[in-house]
Write a protein that binds this ligand. Sequence first.
Ligand SMILES: [Zn+2]
Length: 170
Amino acid sequence: MEEQLTAITATIHEVGHAVDTIHDSTTTFSGSPEFNLRRRNGEVVAMKPGSVVSELIDHYFGEDSALSQLLAYPLNSGNKVNAAMGVDELREELFAQAWAFSNLPGGMDFLRDNLPATAAFMETVHEQVKATNYARPQNAQQNAQPGQVPDRTQAAGNVVRASRQAAAPT
Ligand SMILES: [Zn+2]
């Protein structure tokens, strides 16, 4: 069960990276001020306003929960992969983990009870995902006609990207 949940979480995490660029490739949820952070003496610290990151970091260091265990990636700076991450990557990985947790059974309720700013942020993300009606966020399919062959180059690129990222979380 534990392993199954880990695999499911890793998959939803990868979906989170796609969700992060739902509007376009430059505007991202992880780029929001709520995710402002930097490194100080190797540790990840929140920068104002940084409300979501602040809650995630406090929870990771202060609580022992399924969420804090999940946040060992990328917050455990004793891990070499985590320690090598730049600021943008840390923001992207933290967003993907928060997204993954918010999709687990009871995850959003846990966030509402314990990390209210994170819950509010993820609720707006879920609303924006729903507003797309789950269509492709980018315009790759916009001009596609019925029966037309999809752009194989783009599809192959997406698969490569997904599999490369799938290997990253530990
Ligand atoms: Zn990731």
